[in-house]
Design a protein around this ligand. Sequence first.
Ligand code: NDP
Length: 321
Amino acid sequence: MPNYRYLGNSGLKISEITYGNWLTHGSQVENDVATACVRAALDAGITSFDTADVYANTKAEQVLGDALKGERRESLEIFTKVYWPTGPAGPNDSGLSRKHIMESINGSLTRLGTDYVDLYQAHRFDTETPLEETMQAFADVVRQGKALYIGVSEWTADQIRQGHALAKQLGFQLISSQPQYSMLWRVIEDEVVPASEELGVSQIVWSPMAQGVLSGKYLPGQPVPEGSRATDPTGARMIGRFMTDEVLTAVQKLKPVADELELTMAQLSVAWVLQNDNVAAALVGASRPEQVAENVKAAGVVIPVHLMKQIDDALGDVVVR
Ligand code: NDP
């Protein structure tokens, strides 16, 4: 069972393994498989679910909403996001203007079949809209009860600081940041994490398994496994940055570490991000229910210091910092 961690300086607890449906629901996997994955997540004790209006052009929210239908709402934490256009793009269909935020939240709630989301996240920073306007719109969304908490995604440390300060003035809290973070992608460690620790903001990290690469299933010079993300046209584009012989060779050197801990490599990758105290949750995706059941066993694993060092030595220069 996953443990539950507080999200930032708030009273909201989320499951440290959170289920995410990017590239899967409404896209790579059929709806019955998506539902089976959500069921597997619930059965494994996962209570937090992450999606976005833009995933599969709104279909992912719909599929998740349908899969969660009938579940006790109070036992779930549902997160979604706003920023990108979700269909035919008019001039106001993207970014973080008051108009786009107010219109987007209503569409998300309808598709998710809920009166409120627990966490509403700015999917990216909008350099064109005044931040005051964005944060005022988020304050109003919270006051209207359509979102309980506000977070951001892929904002820099400075942007998080500015957003956090404005939120405080407006009477609400910015409690989370959603960046990419994995053994292979450690960009947040220098600035975002220290700033967040100071402010009481947690990370909910995406692609902790580097989109499946850290499971070790992609072998250098070998054909990619049938049915994997790398065989899906959109997935192949997204995972591409990790699919070099150099990266795939380095990843295979993690196998002895996983073996020593009696974990699969997939579990090791999820456990690794959870060693960071500023990480409230690893956002893990799945194309099959068996993956969910496997990945959730990463909860509660402690990786000793000497094995953390062995991981760093194995990956060497392929880590992006
Ligand atoms: P992961 O790194 O967890 O990759 C998940 C994929 O890896 C699965 O879909 C599956 O793909 C494969 N996989 C999962 N478990 C196993 C296993 N045990 N063995 C082998 N392969 C496995 O994360 P995602 O890239 O899916 O991202 C997770 C979530 O993060 C998203 O759903 C979304 O909620 C969020 N996200 C947020 C972004 C943002 O900008 N804020 C951007 C991207 C994601 P397959 O079986 O098809 O190979």
